[in-house]
Write a protein that binds this ligand. Structure first.
Ligand code: URA
Length: 233
């Protein structure tokens, strides 16, 4: 009973962060801006407004230990979104995802497939750094996931790339191994999802670089198909 009440309280707190004081109930009026689809894209500035709304989040203990809230970076209407795990030390210092060693490698990979940080959107499952870069706790993922969901709803990419196990399992709600997930194409709210290695795994184990390159070539080809070779809107 108490657990149920706690769950309802947490739901209402998240709902308030996303939608303010107006309560939207199933079967009632549609939530503001829902659905954001390719035919009905989010208004310019909505992602920025959402950033402003959540950047002081204190829903979990990471709010107290962070230096900077790391919302994400890139084109708010990008056709490709890359999802990482959580900010590390450099990201926490600068407030931007993937700016440390993993980020430099990600930049190189993006360049090799004809993209850049500016032409995609890069974000993480967690917006705040876990101490000592430990794995995110399930409770932290649960608190932060509505932010990821809302970001993806506003951006409406054509393709999502999950970088590593935490991103893949959070988005896809599967417990499969990374090897199995890399071999498949998934969908998330109608958006195609590909899974590949986290750049940090490539730094730790160079043997992963060749298969990762195969993944990214397939990602590039699919991106070009989905966008008909054109740039993001
Ligand atoms: N690793 C991540 O998953 N995200 C970052 O932003 C940096 C490192």
């Amino acid at each position: 009973m108490a657990g149920g009440q706690t769950g309802v309280a947490a739901y209402l707190r998240r709902h308030r962060l996303l939608y303010g004081d107006t309560l939207f109930l199933p079967g009632g009026a549609p939530m503001p801006g829902v659905p954001s689809t390719p035919d009905n894209p989010a208004e310019p500035g909505q992602l920025l407004a959402f950033h402003r709304k959540i950047e002081n989040c204190q829903n979990c203990a990471l709010g107290a230990s962070r230096n900077k809230f790391v919302f994400g970076v890139g084109d708010p209407h990008a056709d490709l979104v890359l999802v990482g795990e959580a900010p590390g030390a450099e990201e926490d210092r600068l407030g931007e995802p993937f700016v440390g060693r993993s980020g430099k490698l990600l930049d190189t990979i993006l360049k090799a497939i004809g993209l850049s940080r500016q032409s995609v959107f890069i974000l993480n499952v967690l917006k705040c750094r876990p101490p000592d870069n430990r794995d995110p706790l399930p409770s932290e993922v649960a608190e932060c996931e509505p932010y990821l969901q809302e970001q993806l709803r506003l951006i409406q990419p054509k393709l999502i790339v999950a970088l590593g196990r935490v991103a893949a399992q959070t988005l896809l709600k599967v417990k499969d191994s990374l090897k199995d997930m890399r071999a498949q194409t998934y969908t998330y709210s109608g958006i195609e999802v590909r899974v590949t290695y986290h750049p940090a795994a490539l730094l730790r184990n160079p043997n992963f670089k060749a298969p990762a390159w195969e993944d990214f070539k397939a990602i590039r080809d699919r991106y070009l198909e989905l966008t008909k070779g054109g740039p993001s809107a």
